[in-house]
Ligand binder design. Structure first.
Ligand SMILES: [Fe+2]
Length: 471
């Protein structure tokens, strides 16, 4: 029996310190505020992440296996209300009923211990622990091997998974793109089996109206993609998935640079045969920032690294953070000449790249991202803003022993410029064991927060954040 003791030390990096889960669900407005929460910040700041309850093995637990928990702050009239809730998928409920593990986790799939999954139950948990999207007035929590899970606001109640009236026939990425000008949601999924990639468009009414397979030579971990007003970009970069390799005792996920890297460009409503592939420098992209059309060119901006340590989530022995922490990078693909020009945009190691979501799929001037700690994996020391016009990276560092996660852009109510809004993120002070929510003016991030909410409980480090504005 292995039940994770929330807040207890662990020899597993992803169960120790502020990676350790919390046990309680809360709903409170009783929080100390330093500074003043802006009156024109209205909406829900959301952060999801792994918060394991029962695990097969503490030692073999992988951070991708953790049950999903949402931490949310609702902002209204200069006030804040905090709620946190588990995401209640079928597998989670089975483990709650049993009071112990039922699902083994990705590093223990080959373990000979007999399965506890009851007949008729799903073969894996739809953890919904990775990211959010908001489309057609619906909030989805996402987990890339699974279907999107509908979550209600403001109570964070799990409504359950959706297959879009039976039309979704493939796994659904944690990073779909919403083109607010067309109202469409553009998504794809990757798989261990052919077709290794499938692609779908959901229209402004929530109807899935287009699906096509995308042919690539092998199964890969394609965690993100990009979309412009006209085109969809697929990133065939060589983080390979191989069940046979795992059975033979190797890693299920591995970086194999001999396969090279290329970007596929396809019209939004195109099909497999319409994809044009462009070779690029071999490397790794986990998260894109944005893409757009510019004359004959398609422009992509993303965090890119030379190598990856996906299987170890950055913590493998001998892992070279200098090589596998991403830096902001740009590809300009000329559709007329076929030429690709690449360049590095910033020296600051970063990931969790974001833009103002209102401008996604269209030209953006600013990219926001979490700044990596260069000594410790999966740890962010601050937030950066890259200005495409000046080429300048500005930064805000949280301070000694203080680490954060993804900062999301929340547009200011009444604002109309791209960076007229706030960056909102959770930060944890490891020396004081105190979590905060920081609100930073996106026009001047180096000035630090305009308001800080002292959280009533620890908010563990997690995966992605989201913003759902309200009127
Ligand atoms: Fe992600």
């Amino acid at each position: 029996m292995a039940t994770v003791h929330a807040g207890a030390p662990s020899t597993n990096f992803f169960l120790d310190g502020n990676f350790s889960p919390v046990a309680e669900e809360r709903d409170t407005e009783e929080m100390l505020i330093v500074g003043a929460i802006p009156e024109d910040l209205k909406g829900h700041f959301l952060r999801v992440g792994p918060n394991p309850v029962h695990v097969f093995s503490e030692e073999a637990y992988h951070t991708f296996d953790g049950d999903g928990m949402i931490h949310a702050i609702e902002f209204r009239g200069g006030k804040a209300r905090y709620r946190n809730r588990f995401i209640e998928n079928e597998g989670f409920e089975l483990e709650q009923e049993r009071g112990d593990w039922v699902y083994k986790g990705m590093k223990s799939l080959m373990d000979p211990t007999p399965s506890r999954i009851p007949e008729g139950a799903p073969s894996s948990k739809n953890l919904a622990n990775t990211a959010f999207t908001y489309h057609n007035n619906t909030l989805y929590a996402l987990h890339e091997p699974s279907q999107p899970t509908i979550i209600s606001l403001p109570d964070l109640d799990t409504q359950g998974p959706t297959d879009f009236d039976g039309k979704l026939t493939h796994p659904f990425t944690a990073h779909p793109k919403i083109d607010k000008k067309s109202g469409e949601m553009i998504a794809y999924g990757y798989s261990f089996q052919a077709p290794f990639v499938s692609y779908s468009v959901i229209d402004q009414h929530g109807d899935l109206v287009h699906t096509t397979p995308i042919t690539i030579p092998r199964s890969i971990f394609m965690h993100d993609f990009a979309v412009t007003e006209k085109y969809t970009l697929f990133l065939d970069f060589p983080i390979t998935l191989d069940v046979g390799r795992a059975i033979a005792g190797g890693p299920a996920v591995d970086f194999e640079p001999q396969y090279g890297s290329r970007i596929g460009v396809m019209p939004r409503f195109g099909s497999d045969e319409d994809v044009r592939w462009f070779d690029v420098e071999t490397g790794v992209v986990i998260h894109t920032a944005n893409a757009w059309d510019e004359g004959d060119e398609v422009v992509l901006q993303a965090s890119r690294s030379n190598t990856a340590d996906i299987a170890g989530a950055g913590t493998s022995e001998g892992n070279n953070l200098q090589e596998n922490q991403g830096r902001l990078h740009e590809w300009r693909i000329n559709l007329k000449t076929g030429a690709v020009i690449e360049r590095s945009l910033s020296d600051t190691p970063c990931d969790f790249t974001r833009v103002n979501d209102d401008y996604a799929c269209h030209k953006t001037r600013y990219v926001y991202a979490g700044i990596f700690n260069t000594e410790r994996a999966f740890t962010f020391d601050g937030v950066m803003k890259y200005d495409n016009q000046s080429g300048i990276t500005s930064e805000y560092i949280y301070g000694p022993n203080r680490h954060g996660g993804e900062a999301v852009f929340a547009p200011r109510v009444g604002g109309d410029l791209e960076d007229d809004g706030y960056l909102v993120c959770f930060v944890h002070d490891e020396a004081e064991n105190q979590s905060e929510c920081q609100i930073i003016d996106a026009r001047d991030i180096s000035a630090g927060p305009v308001a800080t909410i002292i959280m009533p409980c620890r908010v563990p480090y997690g995966f992605h954040a989201g913003w759902v504005g309200t009127e």
